[in-house]
Design a protein around this ligand. Structure first.
Ligand SMILES: Nc1ncnc2c1ncn2[C@@H]1O[C@H](COP(=O)(O)OP(=O)(O)OP(=O)(O)O)[C@@H](O)[C@H]1O
Ligand SMILES: [Mg+2]
Length: 310
C-alpha cells in the first residue's frame, strides 16, 4: 500500500529525512513518532505528492510519486497539522465545497457530506460558521474533509494534538475504526503512549532517521524493559549522581524535582547493590524506589538517540 525506499530530503546540507524505508500494508495503522523537527511532516508530504524528495522512491498502491501524482492524490487523504478554514463558510458548506473539488456530484455529494459529519460527530455544528469551531472540532472537520472521497490511504499529521482527553479518546476510536475498514493509515505524534494502543506498527524518527520501525508489541516490549529508579539523598546530590553513573548497571542519571532519576541498562533488574553502594559511601538515602512504568519517560529516552539499540 505504501512503500518507500531510501527516501531522502535535503535542505541545503541538512537532511530533513534520510534514507527512510517503509512498508505498510492494507489495514496497517502506523504510528509515526518523533520530536519537533524529526521529519514526520516532510515524509508525509512527500508521500502525498506535495513535496519532491531529493532522492529515493515512494509508492502508494503501486503508483510512483514521480509519475503518478494524480492517481496518488485520488487514493490519499492528507490531513495537515495545521489548516485554516474559510471565514464565511458554514461547516456543511465547507464540506460541500471540498466534495465538489473531489468531483462528488449531485445527491451523492450531500449524502456523503452528511455522512462524514456524522462519522466525526459534528452534526450538531453543521450550520455553524467553520471559523467558530473550537480547535478539536476543527480537527474533526479536517478529518471529515479528507474522508470525503473515501481514500484508501490516510496521512494524518498530528490529528490528536490540541484535543482534550475525551476528544482524544474519540479520535483514537475513530482511527481504530478506519483501520478496521482496511484503510492504510499513517498517524504522526510526538508521543508514543497515546498511539501505542491503537497502532499495529510504530516508527520512531529523530533528526530525519527512522531509528525504530517494528510491530507495536515489539517496540513496547523494548520500551518497557528499562528499569527506572527514583533516588533521593539528603545532601551531595551531584556527587551521588556521579557515583551512580559510574556503576555498570546504570545507563544514565538525571536530576529533577529534588531526586535523581536513574535509568538502568537494558535487562538490568536486580539493583539492590546501588542502594548499598550509596550507603557504603556515606550518602544519606531518603528515598530509593522503582518508578512506575513510565512509557513517556522511556519513550523520551528512546528518542534521545538510543533508538538504534532496540
Ligand atoms: N522548507 C524548508 N526549508 C528548510 N528546512 C525545512 C523546510 N521544511 C522543513 N525543514 C526542516 O526539516 C526538518 C524536518 O521538518 P518536519 O516539518 O518534517 O518535522 P516534523 O517531524 O514534522 O516536526 P514537528 O513535530 O515540529 O511538526 C526540520 O529540521 C525543519 O526545520
Ligand atoms: Mg510536523
Amino acid at each position: 500500500m505504501i512503500k518507500t525506499a531510501d527516501l531522502t530530503k535535503k535542505y541545503g546540507d541538512m537532511f530533513a529525512i534520510k534514507a527512510i524505508d517503509l512498508q505498510l500494508d492494507e489495514g496497517d495503522l502506523f504510528g509515526f513518532i518523533g520530536p519537533n523537527g524529526a521529519g514526520k511532516t516532510t515524509t508525509m508530504r512527500i508521500i502525498a505528492t506535495l513535496l519532491q524528495p531529493t532522492w529515493g522512491e515512494a509508492y502508494v498502491c503501486g503508483h510512483s510519486i514521480y509519475n503518478n501524482a494524480k492517481e496518488i492524490r485520488r487514493l490519499v487523504g492528507y490531513m495537515p497539522d495545521f489548516f485554516g478554514v474559510y471565514d464565511d463558510m458554514k461547516v456543511i458548506e465547507y464540506l460541500e465545497f471540498f466534495a465538489a473539488a473531489y468531483r462528488i456530484r449531485g445527491t451523492e455529494r450531500n449524502r456523503r457530506c452528511e455522512e462524514m459529519l456524522n462519522v466525526v460527530d459534528l452534526d450538531f455544528k453543521r450550520n455553524a460558521f467553520a471559523n467558530t469551531l473550537s480547535r478539536g472540532q476543527t480537527q474533526r472537520l479536517g478529518l471529515a474533509r479528507v474522508l470525503l472521497h473515501d481514500p484508501q490511504v490516510l496521512l494524518l499529521d498530528e490529528p490528536l494534538s490540541g484535543l482534550d482527553p475525551r476528544a482524544r479518546i474519540e479520535m483514537r476510536n475513530l482511527l481504530r475504526r478506519l483501520g478496521g475498514m482496511g484503510k492504510t493509515i499513517i498517524v504522526s505524534s510526538h508521543i508514543l503512549p497515546e498511539l501505542a494502543d491503537i497502532c499495529n506498527k510504530v516508527g520512531i524518527i529523530d533528526r530525519g532517521v527512522l531509528s525504530v520501525n517494528a510491530a507495536v508489541g515489539e517496540v513496547m516490549k523494548k520500551v518497557r524493559q528499562r528499569v527506572v529508579l527514583n533516588v533521593s539523598v539528603s545532601e551531595r546530590e551531584g556527587e551521588a549522581a556521579k557515583t551512580l553513573e559510574a556503576h555498570p548497571l546504570v545507563e544514565r542519571v538525571e536530576s529533577g524535582d529534588g531526586q535523581l532519576v536513574v535509568t538502568l541498562i537494558q535487562s538490568a533488574e536486580d539493583y539492590w547493590e546501588l542502594n548499598q553502594l550509596l550507603v557504603s559511601e556515606g550518602y544519606k538515602v531518603t528515598f530509593f524506589g522503582e518508578e512506575e512504568v513510565n512509557l513517556e519517560a522511556a519513550f523520551m529516552a528512546l528518542t534521545r538517540g538510543m533508538g538504534e539499540k532496540i
